[in-house]
Unconditional design. Structure first.
Length: 366
């Protein structure tokens, strides 16, 4: 954990030593936004040349050697400053194409949101620089990077035991609760996903990437274009385009599912029927005996290793939107007693899928 004292010190050093280098660019294409956010570049009272120069120096002018990832509208670099602090820098993709304006909008949204919030489970912004050639944000470096990466790395995933996983979920819940209810104007993130939840060295969660964030104001419209990551967007919002706290709550559940069944070999029973889960069912590698996900909005194929442990007795994925063939790995799954696959869009050759099930007493495929 970056000590609070260290963060404050760093903030202080920034505040004390940086003067206006990165001026607000005088001409902007979008007038209303300019009006609304016109002051953000001066709020911190710094954003100066020293920060700018030391970051360029530390990253050797944003050399790919220092790249640690990419988030939304920018590339993220690791920069060791002369003050001995190591920070993460997200550099806005700047180019001549039409995406530019959207990137700029995301950049500004992120600054506006992060200026407003401060919470131990939300990534901390130290400063930013807006300049025609380099616009970037400076954050605390969150050591372990994205939750998705940690979950997909066998060693790290093992290290992330139940207690730590629960703590990650709690941290996310605290951050969301703070954003939604912690102050007068709720902030909706709109792109909560396992990519945007970072883990520090103690596996404490930090919600990041506020490029799509919106502050809900009583006097402004709550309707917008769609934002977010496929699989994490609540289906009803995908159609209505309404922004409210529910967007984040839904995505939160998808991440929670990922954290809890990501790659655990010990889980035996999974009951998540009658929810609003969407996205693909993670490729689980488990000794499931019960696997029940009926009445959700799940898409994609049914994982093909459900019977790998040879102990699956009840499989029910009724009323989802699953596609693809029924995995041939279920063929001759001798432990099966009940199989319910109705209400999906499975395709393929049924004689490839089914074999001999000595214990089967019910199969539903309508
Ligand atoms: C899950 O864990 C198993 C056993 O440790 C490993 O073989 C497999 O590759 C992992 N799967 C993923 C998707 O990480
Ligand atoms: C937008 O949402 C906020 C917070 O939920 C609410 O207070 C406000 O009335 C809504 N605005 C409109 C125009 O519906
Ligand atoms: C299933 O469980 C057995 C012991 O109960 C274990 O040895 C085996 O590795 C597990 N298989 C998988 C795929 O997790
Ligand atoms: C699936 O949906 C249909 C129609 O909405 C409903 O009648 C049925 O009870 C559902 N199946 C289950 C197992 O809930
Ligand atoms: C379906 O699979 C069976 C067994 O693999 C094969 O004999 C049959 O030709 C296949 N039918 C079609 C239409 O592909």
């Amino acid at each position: 954990m970056l000590p609070i004292f260290g963060s404050l010190l760093l903030l202080f050093i920034f505040a004390a030593s940086f003067f206006a280098c990165c001026k607000k660019t005088p001409t902007r294409k979008s007038e209303p936004r300019e009006e609304q956010h016109g002051d953000i570049f001066t709020v911190l009272g710094f954003n100066g040349r020293i920060l700018h120069d030391s970051i360029i120096e530390a990253t050797e002018d944003f050399s790919s050697d220092y790249c640690i990832g990419s988030g939304g509208y920018g590339t993220v670099y690791k920069a060791a400053l002369p003050t001995a602090q190591v920070v993460a820098v997200k550099k806005l993709h700047q180019s001549e194409d039409s995406l530019l304006l959207n990137n700029l909008k995301a950049f500004e949204s992120e600054i506006v949101a992060l200026l407003e919030i401060r919470h131990r489970n939300i990534v901390q912004m130290y400063g930013f620089c807006s300049h025609p050639s380099h616009s970037f944000l400076v954050y605390e470096l969150v050591e372990r990077g994205g939750l998705r990466m940690v979950l997909s790395n066998n060693e790290q995933a093992k290290e992330l035991d139940w207690e730590k996983r629960l703590n990650v979920v709690k941290g996310m819940a605290n951050a969301l609760s703070y954003m939604h209810h912690g102050h007068s104007r709720p902030i909706v993130h709109r792109d909560i996903s396992s990519n945007n939840v970072l883990l520090d060295s103690d596996y404490e969660a930090r919600v990041s990437d506020f490029g799509t964030a919106r502050i809900l104001k009583p006097d402004s419209s709550n309707w917008t274009s769609l934002a977010g990551t496929y699989g994490y967007i609540a289906p009803e919002l995908a159609y209505t385009m309404r922004v409210d706290e529910k967007c984040d709550v839904y995505s939160f559940w998808v991440v929670t599912l990922e954290v809890s069944i990501g790659n655990l070999t010990s889980l035996e029973r999974l009951f998540l029927s009658e929810n609003s889960l969407s996205g693909h069912i993670p490729q689980t590698y488990c000794n499931f005996t019960y696997f029940q996900l009926s009445n959700n909005h799940l898409t994609g194929p049914l994982p093909d290793n459900l019977c790998l442990g040879g102990v699956l007795t009840r499989l029910a994925v009724v009323n989802n939107s699953l596609t693809g063939p029924i995995p041939s790995t279920l063929r001759d799954c001798k432990s099966l007693i009940r199989v319910r696959l109705e209400g999906n869009h499975f395709t393929g050759n049924i004689s490839d899928a089914f074999g001999i099930y000595p214990n089967l007493d019910h199969i539903g495929l309508s």
